[in-house]
Design a protein around this ligand. Structure first.
Ligand SMILES: [Zn+2]
Length: 317
């Protein structure tokens, strides 16, 4: 025992802390999205940059590619599950964007388009590896010192807890890597990148309904794989399907009455409380990845690639 999910929502806390688990989960996710120190390109800014870049403004092209480099790298990292593949995917995607910007008609957002290109690049990358033995590396771009380049060390944190956090993050990364690709891509865009379900559907050419149904399955699978990290969290036969209901609640699919009923059950049932806490730990961690800086080596290599793409763009009519 002793290992509980991070962020204080963990099971095993005083019942009072667990009281409003279901509703508080939505609040934590919303606030972690807002506080993520990530610039999200608005459609208006995007249009302005695209049109300036097409007009030959090198600084606009440079800025556009810089802004997209984080999202495409993170998508590749989450979807390919391999930092080296993710780097290749980001390079290929940025090059494709720079070269075909003149043909971009603005029907969907450029960011959506970028995810689509990155996804195709990931799929090709995976096919190439299909014969090779499976590699289940950490999603963190490895450094020799500690394969956790994306970890943010908190100097106040005690070492024991830091170890637990690392273990859980690694377990979460393995759980994401083990999802079928059709669920993984939805989870990465919705729960790591924080895109609304509608935009996830646009990027993956899926209906919003299909996005949500895959998302629920992905979250339930994560919860199950992380169950060993939460005390209780067996699924008692007479309980509601808590993980699915919580996921549906997060996507606005539960009415107020169903939500109140769920909340009431979770408050009185330690097992479902633990299920809810595991899911919360997983999703809050997913969301927090978006706010973390890319490893320095990756940033340097993408910056170099962008510089070259901008220089090449100047030579084109
Ligand atoms: Zn229950």
């Amino acid at each position: 025992m002793g290992r509980t999910l991070e962020d204080g929502a963990a099971a095993g806390r005083a019942p009072a802390a667990r009281a409003a688990t279901v509703r508080s989960l939505k609040r934590s996710l919303d606030s972690s999205t807002r506080s993520a120190a990530v610039f999200r390109l608005t459609r208006a800014e995007e249009r302005r940059l695209v049109s300036a870049a097409r007009g030959g403004e090198r600084r606009a092209l440079d800025r556009l590619l810089q802004l997209l480099s984080g999202p495409v790298y993170r998508f590749g990292r989450g979807f390919c599950g391999d930092p080296h593949d993710a780097e290749d995917v980001a390079q290929v995607t940025l090059a494709a964007l720079a070269r075909s910007l003149h043909g971009f008609r603005g029907e969907s957002s450029l960011t959506t388009w970028a995810y689509r290109v990155a996804r195709n690049a990931c799929t090709r990358q995976r096919r190439r590896r299909a014969q090779a033995p499976a590699r289940l590396e950490s999603l963190d771009a490895g450094t020799p010192a500690r394969p956790g380049a994306l970890q943010v060390a908190d100097p106040r944190e005690d070492p024991h807890r830091a170890l637990e956090r690392t273990e859980l993050r690694d377990a979460l990364q393995r759980a994401i890597a083990a999802l079928p690709p059709s669920q993984r891509e939805v989870l990465v865009l919705r729960d790591i990148e924080g895109l609304p379900a509608k935009q996830v559907g646009e990027a993956l050419r899926l209906s919003e309904r299909a996005v949500k149904s895959r998302l629920h399955r992905a979250r339930i699978a994560l919860r199950e794989r992380l169950a060993p990290y939460a005390p209780n969290a067996k699924a008692p036969p007479r309980c509601p399907d808590t993980a699915r209901l919580v996921s549906r609640y997060l996507e606005g699919e539960l009415d107020a009455e169903a939500c109140a009923k769920l909340e009431h059950h979770v408050k009185g049932c330690p097992d479902c409380g633990a299920t809810c806490a595991t899911l919360k730990g997983a999703l809050v961690t997913c969301r927090s990845w978006r706010g973390e800086k890319l490893p320095e080596r990756i940033r340097t290599s993408l910056r170099q690639a962008i510089r070259q793409l901008v220089a090449e763009a100047r030579g084109r009519p």
